[in-house]
Design a protein around this ligand. Structure first.
Ligand code: ZN
Length: 374
């Protein structure tokens, strides 16, 4: 259910655009055309004004991207994994698969984005001022002035102390450092995030009824998004902490039936999938496990060929994507499964099959631990 498409790769970081981004691009484009440029560039033709608005909106999203790249580059240099940057309805988002390892790293990572936006604001303002001295401003001077203003606003907004905004991350880093507990620091910083979200919703609705129009509604929307994000990032941390230090070997199912690689898919479905009521099986050939076959792999073969294609042919070979070591963290297994839709990994040690682990196994363990309070 992908809603985003890739537009490129910078410093090894995938850049994606979510379809909701087109909505915000359109809103900014129309806002610039009917607002700022209508007011400050009244002399140019309508076609020219649309063009200037479009280029300015694209430069704005380039600025957002640079803000996110600043976060991501600091993160990658500090040894963290970044799965990519996504531009979406509410701006940009760097997708991290793990938490920062220390408060110092968190602080550096969090502050890098707003510093980038401040630097961009300074550059755009300087260019705008230089142009107004040289030529009275003109189209470029006006464009740069707007970009200077919005980059400055971007920096200030992101520095608000509500997690998961950058300012909230700075707050969390400080709390983490002084309390020595990432869990407590996150709970407090996320509570600030939720509080800030509520304030923005209330303020936005109030502004809307006081005549602020769309801007008020937008503020309320961002507040709602922030509230959700604060809540889910805290829940994710709880999940991660409960699963850290729990090895895959303790959760996996050890007695696993293996499918011989020469078996045709109709037999796999009849004897294994239906017969033993599991959606995935390791595939064995020459006394060695060679792959993992899931419902999806079978579904991708047309049904009238199930009696010809073998399990060995249909199953993807074992790789980083569908295997895990018994000593690895259960959290690591969950992260690895989230990029695959099979929901299962083969547990392998020294090339030998030790078991299979499923998302359901991990979630069941998680539920038991939470209910027992351990
Ligand atoms: Zn940021």
């Amino acid at each position: 259910m992908t809603r985003a498409f890739r537009i490129g790769r910078i410093f090894g970081i995938n850049i994606e655009v979510d379809y909701t981004w087109f909505i915000i691009f359109f809103i900014i484009l129309v806002g610039l055309y009917t607002g700022f440029f209508a007011r400050y560039l009244p002399g140019i033709s309508q076609a020219a004004r649309w063009l200037v608005a479009a280029v300015t909106a694209l430069l704005f999203f380039t600025s957002v991207l640079l803000h996110e790249l600043a976060h991501s580059i600091v993160a990658v240099r500090s040894g963290m994994k970044i799965s990519g940057i996504t531009l979406f309805l509410f701006g940009g988002m760097s997708k991290m698969t793990d938490e920062p390892k220390s408060p110092e790293i968190e602080f550096k990572m969090a502050i890098a984005g707003p510093l980038m936006s401040l630097a961009l604001a300074a550059i755009f303002f300087a260019a705008s001022i230089a142009l107004s001295f040289a030529s009275g401003g003109g189209v470029f001077g006006t464009v740069f002035r707007w970009l200077g203003i919005v980059n400055g606003m971007l920096a200030v907004f992101n520095l608000l102390p509500g997690f998961p905004l950058d300012g909230g991350r700075v707050l969390r880093a400080g709390l983490w450092k002084s309390m020595a507990s990432l869990g407590d620091a996150t709970r407090i910083a996320a509570t600030f995030g939720q509080g800030l979200g509520v304030l923005m919703i209330v303020g936005g609705i109030f502004a809307f009824f006081s005549g602020a129009g769309f801007g008020g509604l937008w503020l309320a929307f961002i507040g709602w998004f922030l509230m959700q994000a604060a809540q889910s990032s805290y829940q994710q941390l709880i999940l991660r902490q409960a699963l850290s230090g729990m090895p895959v070997g303790a959760v996996m199912t050890e007695d696993v039936d293996v499918v011989p690689d020469y078996l045709t898919l109709d037999r796999v479905v009849q004897d294994y999938i239906m017969g033993r009521n599991h959606p995935a099986f390791p595939v064995q050939g020459d006394d060695r496990v060679r792959g993992l076959i899931c419902l999806n792999d079978i579904r991708s073969v047309p049904r009238d060929r199930w009696h010809q294609v073998t399990a060995g042919e249909a199953a993807p070979a074992l790789s980083e994507r569908n295997t895990i070591a018994p000593t690895a963290d259960a959290w690591e297994a969950l992260v690895r499964m989230s990029t695959e839709n099979c929901g299962r990994l083969v547990v392998i040690e020294n090339g030998l099959l030790r078991g299979i682990v499923s998302r359901t196994d991990i979630m069941r363990l998680m539920r038991n631990r939470l209910e027992l309070g351990i």
